[in-house]
Design a protein. Structure first.
Length: 364
């Protein structure tokens, strides 16, 4: 019945959304070609750890990085053994958003590379972040924030979250911009995030009604936009990005067998079919008893095993008609079977094999 209540709640939310003007805007379903984020990566040291950093004997790269950093600051470490566990070597990753300007800040993610047990309380020293072209685009530094924690006593300990991964909000300053001459472009390609012939045609039609001759469909994923009516492409896109478009999508069922999750799109249909599902359940219970000898018998107490095994093969299951012209009817028919989400996955796959399910099943 939990599955029934979850599906009922989903239908209420879907009904509320479809009851009003919920058509998405063009900007919500497309992305502009070449206007994208860029991945940055770097290497650095986190210092100030309370004995939870890398063991330098096990992490020679940490020792070399620490010695090189001290040398750059004028501190000679030749012949001096470095045995501190307050330093950790980390990888630094960040995403440079499109049109990020020099001087703006971005968030960075810090992850331990060595055998550090925790980055909590540490500070990242200044480190450069490079793109795949080898150029430096940002510099990161700051206090790291760990989302987890660790507490322990003499005989027990508790861990929550990941202590070897941390985040620095606004921890990197952009030093180099990614050039993109949008103002001088003669055409602009809009890429659908979910390619579909019908949706692409509808997007082009909506733009054409507002600016005739400004849009054409190249393929199910691409609409080409050209300047019209004295509008530059930047101005034209700002005019059309808020236009509503009715999105179409193929009927699809998403199945996550590990989590027992089933997601059905609104266009899923099932032809009339009779389904009977019986699950096999085997229950084994152990209730050992103690056999004690009579008084003064010089015997020993013996523990005797006692097991109880019960088998339920679902013999009481009966046939049920399942069909649905709409999602609400389909959910009601499936709920009438009274099965769990994991059993529902098996039923849907069997119905698909029978040719009665008009939808694509995607197993994650």
């Amino acid at each position: 019945m939990r599955f029934a209540s979850l599906l009922a709640s989903a239908l209420v939310i879907a009904g509320a959304a479809t009851g009003c003007d919920a058509a998405p805007r063009i900007k919500d379903i497309v992305s502009v070609e070449n206007v994208r984020a860029n991945q940055l990566v770097g290497y650095g040291l986190v210092v100030g750890l309370a004995g939870t950093g890398d063991r330098l004997r096990n992490s020679p790269f940490t020792q070399e990085s620490l010695a090189a950093m001290l040398e750059r600051m004028g501190v000679s470490t030749k012949g001096i053994p470095l045995g501190s566990q307050n330093v950790a070597a980390v990888s630094i990753t960040a995403t440079l958003p499109p049109f990020a300007r020099a001087g703006s800040t971005i968030d960075v993610q810090v992850s331990a590379l060595g055998d550090a047990s925790s980055l909590q309380g540490g500070t990242l020293l200044a480190a450069v972040l490079r793109g795949l072209d080898g150029e430096t685009y940002a510099v990161a530094q700051g206090q790291v924030a760990v989302s987890g924690f660790k507490a322990q006593g003499a005989a027990a300990k508790v861990n929550r979250g990941v202590l070897t991964s941390a985040r620095i909000a606004g921890g990197a300053i952009v030093e180099r911009e990614v050039p993109f001459a949008l103002r001088s472009a003669t055409s602009l390609k809009l890429a659908l995030r979910n390619p579909d012939f019908t949706t692409a045609q509808r997007v082009a039609a909506v733009i054409e009604r507002r600016f005739p001759g400004a849009a054409r469909v190249l393929d199910p994923a691409t609409i080409e936009l050209q300047g019209r009516g004295g509008f530059a492409l930047v101005d034209l896109y700002s005019e059309i990005e808020t236009l509503p478009v009715e999105v179409d999508q193929p009927a699809r069922i998403i199945v996550n067998e590990a989590a027992g999750t089933v997601v059905l799109t609104a266009d899923v249909r099932i032809s009339p079919v009779a389904v009977a599902h019986g699950g096999l359940t085997i229950s084994v219970a152990e209730a050992p008893i103690a056999s004690q000898p009579n008084p003064l018998a010089n015997g020993e107490t013996v523990v005797l095993p006692r097991s109880s095994v019960q088998v339920d093969d679902g013999a009481g299951a009966s046939l049920a008609m399942v069909e649905g012209a709409t999602l609400r009817q389909l959910v009601s028919a499936l709920n009438a079977l009274g099965v769990s989400p994991r059993d529902l996955i098996t039923i849907l796959q069997a119905v698909k094999s029978a040719g009665a399910l008009q939808a694509e099943i995607e197993v994650q």
